[in-house]
Design a protein around this ligand. Structure first.
Ligand code: SAM
Length: 290
């Protein structure tokens, strides 16, 4: 199975991509029986969802709060192709969030890919109005190069019409979870920029942990990855954890230390019940006393 992982090509580069973590996640995912849905509420570049599709050809429910990124996934299902004016990079960069409703899904996906592929370091950075901020790299704007990258981008297909893709906050997405489903939560690191202009805080991560505790009790299988320093939060709610050393971070120049935390749903393991809907309160105050 690890061999399979090395062969997975990157669909598009994404800050925070967990492609490097795939070989460590596979043994954990393999504890799941693949009978329910696979739900990934912070899907980012989708490298984990691609691998899961190979391991378990079950229905996928993928979401993210970035509407431009999500259009890439939606256009994959629709069968999108590159726009006739793909080379007019300035036009695409100047589009704003308020233009979203005027554009088709495939146009949005073009905007996403053109901005990302022509940016220095392929970093997605927008201004407050959604116009694209990252500096362009003139080499990446060369017509032959950009056309080839976009053709590659639009040729990727692993999702089917049976899969669902939504632009929403993670709390909306996890309402889909039922006993027997697998939910993989790879949120931003606490106290870092989450998406758009919003900060992802420790309090947000506590919500993730609290939700997971309740979901597991209702038979949902939960896997989380995040920075190692908050590992004990996950152990406190009964999850198993492991430490993984990753590649050097460009910011700190130190090797990343990541935690993978997981637990297969309790009801699911004991009774294999598949009908309990996992819609439970999310606020920390709603936690059950031990
Ligand atoms: C660490 S990245 C996920 C990377 C992904 N696992 C991969 O391999 O590419 C976190 C993602 O969460 C999204 N995000 C941030 N805040 C969110 C929220 N409140 N709800 C849903 N998605 C959010 C960001 O847009 C980003 O794509």
């Amino acid at each position: 199975m690890p061999q399979l992982v090395c062969e997975i090509p990157q669909w598009f580069p994404w800050n925070g991509s967990k492609r490097w973590l795939v070989k460590h996640l596979i043994p954990v995912f393999s504890e799941w029986d693949g009978q329910g849905k696979y739900i990934e509420p912070f899907v980012g570049g989708g490298s984990i969802a691609t691998v899961v599709k190979k391991l378990f050809p079950t229905k996928q429910y993928l979401s993210d709060a970035n509407p431009w990124l999500i259009s890439a996934f939606q256009s994959q299902i629709l069968g999108g192709s590159l726009a006739y004016n793909y080379a007019d990079v300035e036009y695409w960069r100047n589009l704003r969030d308020e233009d979203l409703p005027k554009l088709s899904v495939v146009e949005r996906a073009n905007r996403f890919a053109i901005c990302l592929f022509t940016a220095w370091g392929n970093r997605w950075e927008t201004r407050i109005d959604g116009s694209f901020r990252s500096t362009t790299n003139s080499k990446f704007c060369r017509d032959d190069y950009l056309r080839r990258r976009l053709q590659q981008f639009f040729s990727v297909r692993w999702l089917t019409k049976n899969d669902e893709v939504q632009c929403c906050d993670w709390k909306e997405a996890v309402k889909e979870a039922k006993a027997g489903d697998l939910v993989y939560l790879d949120s931003p690191y606490p106290e870092s920029l989450g998406y758009g202009n919003q900060w992802w805080t420790f309090s947000d991560h506590l919500d993730v942990v609290d939700w997971s505790e309740q979901a597991i009790k209702h038979g949902v299988c939960v896997v989380i990855s995040n920075m190692w320093t908050i590992e004990r939060l996950h152990r406190r709610v009964g999850m198993q954890t492991t430490k993984v050393i990753g590649p050097k971070s460009s910011k700190t120049r130190r090797n990343r230390e990541e935690v993978i935390a997981w637990k297969m749903g309790e009801t699911y393991c004991k009774l294999n019940v598949t009908t309990i809907k996992a819609t439970m309160p999310l606020s920390p105050s709603a936690r059950q006393p031990k």
